[in-house]
Ligand binder design. Sequence first.
Ligand code: HEC
Length: 165
Amino acid sequence: MSAIQPIIFSTAVGTALALFAFGCGESSDAPTPPKPAERAPAPPPAQPPDPANTLDTPSDEIALVEADAKAGEADYQVYCASCHGGAGAGDGPVAQALNPKPARHDDGAYMNPLTDDYLFKVIKFGGASVGKSPMMAPLGSSLSDQRIHNVIAFIRTLADPPYQP
Ligand code: HEC
């Protein structure tokens, strides 16, 4: 009798351990953290704002990006040439109807003394912002600060005599 008891005991313990281990194996499935693929996709890393697409960047900050006259020419043809003419001679198709006439950007004697800051203001906020004709429209809602700087760089290439910074 006393020799059998340990066998029963150890069997019982062994069964209990086996059940315990089995139970653990089963229940441990539920609370496992989701696999990486099941988690929500991580947000993309923060990108610095593209200067060409920000309208409210202070102009002195944006000036760190070098103005691109070639890119400015493309915007000039779209946004300025109808009045100022494709080469800045003030002879765009709309110019005839305007009084005062659009400025000649090829007139270096007139344009060269005008500062970049002044031109920026005229283009961004319109002629009225500097006491000029309101027909010189504010283009700040169409052109980012960077694109305005690009247009200014292009205007500077039209001047005769040439613009010397
Ligand atoms: C709807 C016609 C029109 C468009 C479009 C236009 N302008 Fe003008 N712009 C004018 C007129 C008119 C004046 C003359 C204002 C005056 O002398 O009172 C002028 C004047 C200017 C001047 C000279 C300001 C001064 O002090 O004499 C600059 C620089 C200028 N425009 C730049 C631009 C640029 C750059 C664009 C395109 C991004 C543009 N303009 C688009 C009509 C236009």
